[in-house]
Design a protein around this ligand. Structure first.
Ligand code: CO8
Length: 257
């Protein structure tokens, strides 16, 4: 078992849970935490025993942004040459579905980290925002791009230009979050979804995730072609044979994974 300093990693059946754990800084994202989260995700992603990854924080904060104290004295050449926070991108290369379970603040990089995940499930106390403008900067991990794709220009401009926070209900209405649940039941409700996903064929789930993500990168015609080819390709898997046979035989499928 690997020891991390800024996160906790545990596994329940086929679901792995990564808990951001810098409570004194409201889980502000540091470079050290970035390294650990990315390393943990890559390890879990390549583990056939893990069918879904949940990333969560504390009740008060999913993450209140990048660590402002770590960033404040950085210079342009410094931040550019070190490719500050570039490695978060590696999280989006994971094939395993990732759910962000958000309670409390998801601000700046915290909101952006949640948006890098495949689904966001929010406690009714969740607050989303891109307050970077109040610090004299702008979002840097996708806030101007993923947020705009998720909620549209009207809300994205509002959040990025005023720095205001959006509550869980507004986030759900706007299409940012998959569902809102009572804060006290956040992990329990998230685990139900995660268990369900993890009960599927890991290969099939990865292909489904990739197909949906493809729609953000390409035209409808190309996306449809990619989808159809992926569908055809799944007929080369034993999980397709098993899934369809199990249906016909009225039994539960047993996936190869
Ligand atoms: N960084 C560092 N420390 C933080 C951060 C943060 N982002 N957020 C909170 N903390 C610390 C506080 O400094 C405080 O520490 P201390 O006890 O030592 O003073 C502790 O956490 C508790 O915070 P508060 O006392 O402020 O708690 P409140 O409940 O009063 O307020 C808030 C909660 C509203 C969340 C408030 O803490 C806040 O406004 N935090 C900053 C939010 C913010 O501006 N986030 C955006 C940061 S910039 C960013 O994320 C850019 C990401 C893109 C980088 C991409 C690079 C390529």
């Amino acid at each position: 078992e690997k020891q991390f300093e800024n996160i906790l990693v545990e596994q329940k059946d086929r679901v792995a849970i990564i808990t951001l754990n810098r409570p004194k800084a409201l889980n502000a994202l540091s470079s050290a935490m970035e390294k650990e989260v990315v390393e943990a995700v890559e390890g879990l992603d390549s583990d056939p025993g893990v069918g879904c990854i949940v990333i969560t924080g504390s009740e008060k904060a999913f993450a209140a942004g990048a660590d402002i104290k770590e960033m404040k004295d950085k210079t342009y050449p410094g931040i550019y040459l070190e490719r500050f926070f570039h490695d978060w991108k590696r999280l989006t290369a994971a094939r395993t579905p990732i759910i962000a379970a958000v309670s409390g603040f998801a601000l700046g990089g915290g909101c952006e980290l949640a948006m890098m995940c495949d689904m966001i499930i929010a406690g009714d106390n969740a607050k989303f925002g891109q307050p970077e403008i109040t610090l004299g900067v702008i979002p840097g991990m996708g806030g101007s791009q993923r947020l705009t794709r998720a909620v549209g220009k009207a809300k994205a401009m509002d959040l990025c230009l005023t720095g205001r926070q959006m509550d869980a209900d507004e986030a759900e209405r706007s299409g940012l979050v998959t569902r809102v649940v009572p804060a006290a039941e956040l992990l329990e409700e998230t685990m139900k979804v995660a268990d369900k996903i993890a009960s599927m064929s890991k290969t099939t789930a990865a292909v489904a995730k990739q197909a949906v993500n493809r729609s953000f990168e390409t035209t409808l015609e190309e996306g449809l072609l990619a989808e159809q080819n992926a569908f055809y390709a799944l007929f080369a898997t034993e999980d397709q044979t098993e899934g369809m046979s199990a249906f016909a035989e009225k039994r539960k499928p047993e996936w190869q994974r």
